[in-house]
Design a protein around this ligand. Structure first.
Ligand SMILES: Cc1cc2nc3c(=O)[nH]c(=O)nc-3n(C[C@H](O)[C@H](O)[C@H](O)COP(=O)(O)OP(=O)(O)OC[C@H]3O[C@@H](n4cnc5c(N)ncnc54)[C@H](O)[C@@H]3O)c2cc1C
Length: 409
């Protein structure tokens, strides 16, 4: 199968890697070039806020090895500056132009920058790359001084949990009134907030950082509540933005990510597909609204689906209709979600014996189960994920493909 002699993958993350592996599994025998801005092979990012931060995993353990027979050319430490889809080339440093026959966009997301300009300060950190976590560990090394985490999303919460595990005093600051309220309903978010309090995470919620001032050893923050905090280190975890600057003026539709059709084909382009955190697509299993999903499992499955769609061509490709799955670990609690709880309009308990520690909650859309969230209910969430796979709503015309999870956890 050499209709497409060279396929270029932009983004050497897990979505890019899985798309390349799937191309080979499907018999593609042309050239595969994987271009990645980071200097390493794909990183297991979930570990960066957990076991790699706490030191339970070493630097080499967070790299994801490619399949032995991948036979790809890796261009690491290399950023694509622009895509010219008319000429079918990507622009590389030093004026180099690389042409492609098929293109897979898997450039992920970048941490959002603090509007007050905190990110550039040597005592401020973000967590997206292995180098970021390494640097944070160096900043923390030997110190038992206060650390401030700005942001109440899952990365901010996981970092706070890891820091408590390492016995650092930590304060989480955020605009929301409860932790992870962007992903959890108000009851679950309140329970998670209580769990952090019980683990002696200090919380400054419903506030924003008005201003900051830095000395050589500390950063002082003034909050909108009038309180001030002084920290040896500030971690900025205020969300992420799709890495699409290289796609400006390329003809790709950009709207909170690269907008794709249900098959992962990029809207408005030929022989270009997208996968992972950067891609926004309508999951016809649930509805027709394009959305991005920033979860590890989705990046694996979508990378594989995008490769299939690229080889099949637009006309014959199937829609990508997965059951999204997500997990997080905080203070020993395993939080898991399957499906799309956010589209649910009704909430039900699926576990009559639920306690404040363990629970299973279902989210219904028009009376049908659209998603579940479990607190320490791994087996049950997996079972419901299987049930959703068979029963969830499917928009007319969608032919769901079986979930293809490569088992990378
Ligand atoms: C700290 C942290 C913890 C997480 N924990 C969990 C978790 O517990 N559970 C969960 O489900 N998910 C978790 N996630 C999310 C999960 O890791 C992501 O969904 C997944 O890594 C996305 O993979 P990706 O390949 O789409 O993007 P990425 O992994 O971001 O890879 C994209 C790559 O493209 C590169 N790139 C960008 N622009 C260019 C360019 N112009 N040229 C060349 N290369 C470029 C980037 O440098 C990057 O290496 C976590 C994420 C982080 C950061």
């Amino acid at each position: 199968m050499s209709d497409l002699p060279r396929i270029v993958v932009v983004g050497a993350g897990i979505a890019g890697l899985c798309s390349a592996e799937r191309l080979r599994e499907l018999g593609f025998d042309g050239e595969i070039v994987i271009i990645g801005a980071e200097p390493t092979l794909p990183v297991h990012r979930p570990s960066l806020s957990k076991q790699f931060l706490t030191g339970e995993l070493a630097a080499k353990d967070v790299l994801t090895a490619p399949a032995d027979d991948l036979d790809a050319t890796w261009r690491l430490n290399t950023s694509v500056s622009q895509l010219d889809s008319r000429r079918r080339i990507v622009h590389l440093p030093g004026g180099e132009e690389l042409d492609y026959d098929g293109l897979i966009i898997a450039s992920g997301v970048e941490p959002r920058r603090h509007p007050g300009g905190l990110n550039g300060h040597p005592r401020a950190a973000v967590i997206r790359t292995r180098a970021d976590t390494r640097r944070l560990r160096q900043l923390l090394d030997g110190s038992r001084e206060q650390v401030v985490v700005i942001g109440t999303g899952f990365i901010g919460c996981e970092v706070a949990s890891s820091l408590r595990h390492m016995d650092h005093p930590v304060t989480v600051v955020g605009r929301a009134s409860a932790l992870m309220s962007n992903l959890l309903d108000s009851d679950l978010a309140t329970r998670l907030t209580d769990l952090h309090r019980r683990n002696r995470v200090r919380l400054e919620l419903g506030v924003k950082v008005e201003s900051w001032a830095a000395g050589s050893a500390r950063i002082d923050l003034l909050l909108s509540s009038g309180r001030s905090l002084s920290a040896a280190c500030v971690i900025v975890a205020i969300g992420s933005a799709p890495a699409v600057s290289w796609l400006r003026d390329s003809g790709a539709t950009l709207d909170n990510g690269v907008v794709c059709e249900s098959t992962c084909h990029v809207r408005g382009m030929e022989d270009v597909v997208a996968a992972g955190d950067v891609a926004s697509w309508p999951n016809l299993r649930f509805d027709t609204t394009p959305r991005r999903v920033e979860h590890w499992t989705n990046a694996i499955e979508m990378g594989r689906a995008a490769a299939e769609s690229l080889l099949s061509g637009r006309e014959s490709a199937s829609p990508f209709t997965p059951i999204p799955r997500f997990w997080s670990e905080q203070h020993g609690l395993r939080i898991q979600a399957a499906g799309m709880p956010a589209v649910g309009t009704e909430r039900v308990s699926l576990d009559p014996a639920s306690t404040s520690e363990r629970s299973l909650t279902g989210y219904l859309l028009e009376g049908e189960l659209a998603g579940v969230i479990g607190f320490d209910r791994s087996a049950a969430v997996l079972n419901y994920a299987k049930e959703l796979q068979n029963k969830a709503l499917v928009t007319a015309g969608a032919r769901p493909r079986p979930a293809q999870l490569a088992g990378r956890r």
